[in-house]
Design a protein around this ligand. Structure first.
Ligand code: SF4
Length: 405
């Protein structure tokens, strides 16, 4: 479909296998929220089957030393992003709306086609990009590991993450340890690539006994779980923002946040937090996004917070997920989304700020609170205009493709 044939997957499984075989390396996997509701489809299970336990067991069987959960990183992103939003809303000089920035395809799309929105992008890094440097600093220190030996591998539904992990800014752990050769995330493999690897190793996925994530960075709130679907980042942010601003649990109008759920291209709602009413929206798909922005500008609509995910349905429909042929694609997406919401309904802790492991991390490592000097240095990032990468007449090129590696 891409006119330049620039959308492809460059597998890094051989590099990960070499790290596993090296006795001087410690391989730490993290797994994104959407992988666990897609991976089973590669092994004949129904769309959306929740296979978290088998996924963790499979990564242990492949030789991972530690298996951690990107959902924990999603809780970190929410802590920073919700706090940043509250600061922007309180400060009358701040730039609004705040756009989410956890989708690297949307970030590159904005850098290329809408550089005027760069001040609007949340500076909070994505879940993978927060989890990774925290693994090589906080986790390494707590576990007595040599950070230089850690090989960090992200398992994701996303081909654009292969680009994100190589951005110059993703090197906070190297700055922390004052070394030059360290990257926060070393490799990224997709859900489909993981399935291919498991088949090549002749691992019987069905027969794997469930395994649990390793502690410290393996438990997440419901907010972290639903990060994998369109509207989930918004819902998670509103739960945390409400609690952080008022000290009270988010009300039933926010859990579940029905107004922002579903597959419509753009959904919006008003959220009352203390004495403020925030106008928020969630958009998925770049086609929907262009229409949304045109309407926002034409009708001069004020928004406070806008979630943007480039893939239809959010990360559960990412480019690295199992492929489902039309006309069943939306049915599969909806089944994956329903599976994440079911899991969210099962867990007790709904908001990132109530996650005990998140509270411990901030108390012991990030100077007690989100947006602290240390948190800002390690967990926030910057953006660059790529408008000059556009081809003749503003056409896209391989350099501007949001999902090329
Ligand atoms: Fe990646 Fe798609 Fe998720 Fe964006 S929406 S982070 S491109 S999988």
């Amino acid at each position: 479909i891409c006119p330049f044939d620039s959308i492809n997957e460059r597998s890094e499984i051989d590099e990960v296998k070499a790290a596993i075989a090296d006795p001087n390396k410690i391989v730490v996997f993290q797994t994104a929220p959407a992988v666990r509701v897609g991976l089973g489809e590669e092994f004949g299970l129904d769309a959306g089957t929740f296979v978290e336990g088998k996924m963790v067991a499979a990564l242990r069987k492949l030789g991972g030393d530690y298996i951690l959960d990107t959902n924990f990183g999603a809780d970190m992103t929410i802590m920073e992003e919700a706090s940043e939003l509250l600061e922007r809303v309180i400060n009358s000089d701040a730039v609004l709306p705040q756009f989410t920035s956890c989708c690297p395809a949307w970030v590159k799309f904005a850098e290329t086609f809408y550089p005027e929105f760069l001040p609007n992008l949340s500076t909070a890094k994505s879940p993978i990009a927060m989890q990774a440097p925290t693994q090589k600093t906080y986790f390494a220190e707590k576990m007595g590991l040599d950070a230089k030996q850690i090989v960090a591998v992200a398992v994701t539904p996303c081909t654009a993450k292969k680009f994100e992990i190589r951005r110059d800014e993703m090197n906070s752990s190297a700055e922390y340890w004052d070394v030059s050769e360290m990257r926060d995330t070393d490799y990224c493999i997709t859900t489909r690539e993981l399935a291919k690897w498991l088949r090549a190793e002749e691992i019987n996925f069905d027969e794997l006994e469930d395994s649990a994530f390793d502690p410290l960075m393996g438990e997440a709130s419901g907010g972290g779980i639903i990060f994998g679907n369109t509207g989930g980042v918004m819902e998670a942010a509103m739960r945390a923002a409400y609690k952080l601003a008022t000290g009270e649990d988010a009300p039933q109008t926010l859990i579940p946040f029905e107004a922002i759920r579903g597959m419509d291209g753009a959904r919006e709602a008003d959220v009352v937090i203390g004495d403020k009413t925030l106008h928020v929206a969630a958009v998925h798909g770049t086609g929907n996004l262009r229409k949304f922005i045109e309407r926002m500008r034409a009708e001069n609509i004020h928004y406070d917070f806008i979630e943007v995910m480039a893939c239809r349905g959010g990360c559960i429909g990412g480019g690295g997920q199992p492929r489902v042929k039309l006309p069943m694609a939306d049915k599969a997406r909806e089944a994956r989304i329903a599976s994440l919401y079911t899991r969210d309904a099962e867990v007790q802790v709904k908001a990132a700020c109530d996650n005990p492991d998140i509270q411990k991390l901030y108390a012991e490592f990030f100077d007690g609170k989100p947006m602290s000097h240390k948190a800002h240095h390690m967990l926030h990032t910057t953006f660059v205009s790529r408008a000059e990468d556009l081809g003749p007449n503003g056409a896209c090129t391989p350099a501007t493709c949001p999902t090329s590696v």
